[in-house]
Ligand binder design. Structure first.
Ligand SMILES: [Zn+2]
Ligand SMILES: [Zn+2]
Length: 345
């Protein structure tokens, strides 16, 4: 063994060329990320207790909604409005179609506004969301997909969130998948403050309810405006990762298991038309048939009419062929990765 190794090390024929070295590094990076998102990492010593505890308390708080004294019509109204604002505007429009896929452009004030809405959803920082999502598109339902239901339904729905990822894994994920975002001051700002927005939100709701009608109203605002709303929004989003890679119909022949599922489209503001989206990820409207209602698209159109959104990619391709499934995300990644490649070279 050692003899072979010595012979190999002296052979100029197998000395890695710069191209081979780069490929090898790329393969090492891929393996590192595959490990970071592997189900085998879900062990007691790897649990992200901050995320797990937070999700537990939000769900536990949701159970308090069954206490009649804690119900208020005002709390329910805040719940519905904030569900739409954080889920549709923050996550679907902001984190997903704008940040991850560049389906539209936003003027700076609108960009800041939708990023705040995304932070208030409690689905993490904009950069972590976008980087993980681009990885999902590149590897969807293959080895390396961060949340494929082919690994396990519960894994794809929420268990993958319980794993604590190492700092170096996160840095690599950012470097490879969102290199164009990491140096943006606004993105760095939200990376530092995304958790703070949740605390501010809780305190504002508590204070507003208290000021209106005492501490029970304050508690009602927090229970309905945060716990009930966030639990509903979490599962709506998580169903996109789990259910729409399992059940529903397909408009396009994609290389993954993505499906169009009407009830997920309703609760997740259009994101349930997931086969359409995987077939044409950079297209802003997710509904490609007349009956495929997409509420987030209505919001994009409204922003476009006000001039806050522009360069909207609204052309729905004809035919059943998912002809940009290979290219759309790869193109975004290739464009994003160009400065990195040039730096590395
Ligand atoms: Zn998917
Ligand atoms: Zn996507």
């Amino acid at each position: 063994m050692s003899g072979n190794a010595a012979a190999t090390s002296h052979s100029s024929d197998v000395r890695p060329s710069p191209v081979n070295t780069k490929r090898t590094q790329s393969e090492l990076d891929t393996d590192q990320l595959k490990q970071a998102f592997s189900r085998s990492r879900l062990k007691r010593e790897n649990v992200d207790w901050v995320v797990t505890s937070f999700l537990f308390f939000i769900h536990a708080g949701c159970l308090l909604a069954f206490v009649p004294a804690l119900f208020s019509w005002q709390g329910l109204a805040i719940c519905l409005v904030m569900h739409w604002f954080t889920c549709s505007i923050g996550v679907c429009l902001g984190y997903h179609r704008f940040l991850s896929h560049k389906s539209l452009k936003l003027r700076a004030p609108a960009k800041f506004f939708v990023m705040v809405a995304g932070c208030l959803s409690g689905e993490g920082s904009p950069m972590t969301w976008a980087a993980t999502h681009r990885l999902h598109h590149q590897k969807s339902d293959q080895d390396g997909d961060p949340h494929s239901p082919l690994v396990g339904s519960w894994w794809s729905h929420l268990l993958w969130l319980f794993v604590k990822r190492k700092r170096e894994d996160k840095q690599l994920l950012f470097k490879k998948y969102i290199p164009e975002l990491v140096d943006q001051p606004m993105m760095q700002f939200f990376e530092r403050t995304f958790a703070m927005w949740l605390w501010v939100q809780g305190l504002v709701l508590l204070a507003a309810g208290w000021a209106l009608d005492g501490w029970i109203m304050g508690a009602s605002f927090v229970i309905w405006g945060m716990c009930v709303r966030m639990t509903a929004a979490y599962h709506s989003t998580w169903f996109v990762n789990s259910a729409t890679h399992l059940w529903g119909y397909r408009n396009y022949d994609t290389r993954d298991e993505s499906r169009n599922l009407w009830w997920v489209a309703l609760v997740a503001y259009g994101e349930g038309w997931h086969n359409n989206h995987h077939a044409h990820p950079s297209v802003a409207p997710a509904g490609h048939r007349w009956w495929e209602v997409d509420m987030t698209w209505w919001a994009i159109r409204t922003l476009q009419m006000t001039g806050l959104a522009y360069d909207v990619r609204d052309r729905i391709p004809k035919g059943r062929q998912a002809n940009d499934v290979e290219t759309a995300d790869d193109k975004v990644l290739a464009q994003a990765a160009r400065p990195l490649t040039e730096t590395a070279a």
